[in-house]
Design a protein around this ligand. Sequence first.
Ligand SMILES: *Cc1c(COP(=O)(O)O)cnc(C)c1O
Length: 367
Amino acid sequence: MSERDLLMIPGPIEFDPAVLRALGQKTRGHLDPLFMQAFSRALKNLRVVFEAPSAQPFVVAGSGTLAMEMAVANLTQPGDRALVVNTGYFSDRLAAMLERHGAAVTHVRAAPGDAPTAEEVERALAGGPFKLLTVTHVDTSTAVLTPVQAYAQAAQRHGALVLVDGVCSVGGEALAMESWGVDVALTASQKALGVPPGLAVLLASPRAMAAWQARTRPVASVYLDFAEWLPIHQAYEAEKPAYFATPPVNLIAALDVSLQQLVAETMPARVRRHQATARWLRAAWQRLGLTMLPKSEALAAHTLSALYYPEGVDAALVKALGAEGVVVAGGLHPELKTRYFRVGHMGAVSMNDASAVVAALERVLKR
Ligand SMILES: *Cc1c(COP(=O)(O)O)cnc(C)c1O
């Protein structure tokens, strides 16, 4: 891929030059006052982005998968029951983690491209009690956007904690963690937060922290234990020195820059921008005769598109687009993998980028 190519996959994405410059700056010591200031500001801004003023943020070196396992390791212990709203590949991954940590998992499933209704989730919750309900906000394997708020309301009626995998949504889709009653929401730096890969980001509500505190067994991983990270994050937020494991200094400096941009744009404006881009792209997909994988407009994410290959076209399309300077992703859902492709449109993606993708697709499909 040349430096002029457009990276339009569902993460990593095109990054803002100011974010990349922060990554390339001189590495400061992890106790340098300027670094502590940046980390403190980033933690505070995460509460703004997640709309969770009373949540505890954690930023740890790792990918989104680590954030998922951090949530599971701290919130479950052997014998706990968890209900997984299963919309595809990443829901399966979360279920595997829950089982590895000793939880008994029940699934509420939907066909690829669909999501269980809030009523279906509520009926499954009634078969509990469950300690935890897990939801993939945007399932990156199908581009399905799930009704998290309605699920969370149902979970609250049944006394279950709500864990949201927001790796493909936070910073692009509406997610009001606190007012929706979400207890843990997590993401990774390289998706809609707009920072190169390497940071696992997790916010935990007071209810989630209380559930962690009420554990009867230690967390099965030292690196993931809130007990190790809580004092560190509290210290950094207060700009005081602390050490458990060396923070990825440059990535956190880049996160600080990106979050400042996000907060300046404001979350409502950012969500509207993602919606406008997605709407424009949907009209373009239709014009090109492409069918989206999500079963309805209401279920379609605004951070990426999953599109069936047209008749007589296969994965060679992805390659041909690459030759046109536009990098998109193939399929991921195990049942449909070879039948569709995915275009990411989150973060700093502009209408110019969106137009470039459509134009390249038009050229390639014509051929
Ligand atoms: C990308 C993604 C993940 C995994 O994140 P990694 O950074 O690749 O570990 C998990 N869940 C969802 C919804 C994702 O889109």
